[in-house]
Design a protein around this ligand. Sequence first.
Ligand SMILES: NC(=O)C1=CN([C@@H]2O[C@H](COP(=O)(O)OP(=O)(O)OC[C@H]3O[C@@H](n4cnc5c(N)ncnc54)[C@H](OP(=O)(O)O)[C@@H]3O)[C@@H](O)[C@H]2O)C=CC1
Ligand SMILES: CCCCCCCCCCCCCCCC(=O)OCC(=O)COP(=O)(O)O
Length: 327
Amino acid sequence: MVTAAAAAARKTVQKGRLMDFTSTVIIPLLFGSLGIFALFRLLQWMRMRAYLQEAVVVITGATSGLGKECAKAFHAAGSKLVLCGRDSEKLKELVQELCAVKNHRKSTHEPHTVVFDLSDTKAVVNAAEEILKALGHVDILINNAGISFRGTIVDTELHVDKKVMETNYFGPVALTKALLPSMIKRRQGHIVAISSVQGKISIPFRSAYAASKHATQAFFDCLRAEVEQYDIEVTVVSPGYIQTNLSLNAVTADGSRYGVMDKTTAEGQTAAEVAQVVLNAVGQKKKEVLVAGLTPCLAVYLRNLCPRLFFTLMASRAKKERKVKGS
Ligand SMILES: NC(=O)C1=CN([C@@H]2O[C@H](COP(=O)(O)OP(=O)(O)OC[C@H]3O[C@@H](n4cnc5c(N)ncnc54)[C@H](OP(=O)(O)O)[C@@H]3O)[C@@H](O)[C@H]2O)C=CC1
Ligand SMILES: CCCCCCCCCCCCCCCC(=O)OCC(=O)COP(=O)(O)O
């Protein structure tokens, strides 16, 4: 009887101590951590806002898809935009669209436009000069423009491989090199490369595209290391499928337009969602970001951790695709 009462009393004391511990240690710790986290996020947001507001941001491929949505996101963040593209009419329409947006919280700026073809090196160098003359400097360069490709290696004419490399690799490299000296001089700048999941893994019938994106990843990784001493940032963004005109505009083995909206593209993430990820990655000065669903992310890990299995999967994918196309 006595021992049972003593045990019950001991239990009550223990329960009381636990409650004391919870109210004096656990709960304050929990709220404290939440508070610190909220403060950290607020400071991060304020730093990002200050970084993007008034920044001179050059965006290539601004006439459609991801480039257009990036233009909207950076414009809304108060950046001074330089919109680049091949079609001056489409660029003018975009400027009108951006200027029509009312933003009462932030001061926004009317964007500049520069028309040039990225596969023309001379035009790229002239464009960089034009940009520096008009705005004095560039804070953020977003190398976004690009084209994709569909075809077998055996059938693809070499000029097609070159065209894809000129647009996706040599164009951004030339523009970056043309703007880099002024960034180094100011010891300030941020260079962004829109690569792809296919900059990390190669899938069949995309040889020229995957090669151009692997080259992009390699070049901008080297650049990041080389310019860190000048406080210049480099961000490589690797998206999975996005709902844009990329597949429609892709080139085929003989250089003609593919002209098909692939199911994978149509079912991808929206360009606005990915543009927001680009904005945040730039604002937070991230080194790289993979913006894709579970399967592409797993495929990237599989390529590195178990390449044999990945190659087998890709070979069977090639066989299956060939069967579907009856070739
Ligand atoms: N959509 C997707 O699934 C994915 C896209 N990406 C990448 O995103 C980037 C943007 O593509 P996305 O928006 O999807 O596709 P879009 O086809 O919608 O946009 C491509 C942009 O690049 C421009 N461009 C193409 N060739 C040239 C050139 N020679 N000189 C100058 N500009 C050129 C186009 O301009 P114009 O209007 O003159 O043709 C257009 O503005 C690309 O680098 C692409 O590889 C990455 C992963 C997935
Ligand atoms: C342990 C399980 C691992 C599962 C991995 C299986 C591998 C399956 C292959 C998946 C391939 C994903 C490819 C994604 C490609 C992609 O997102 O590319 C983005 C683009 O650049 C699109 O350009 P495109 O012209 O090809 O439309």
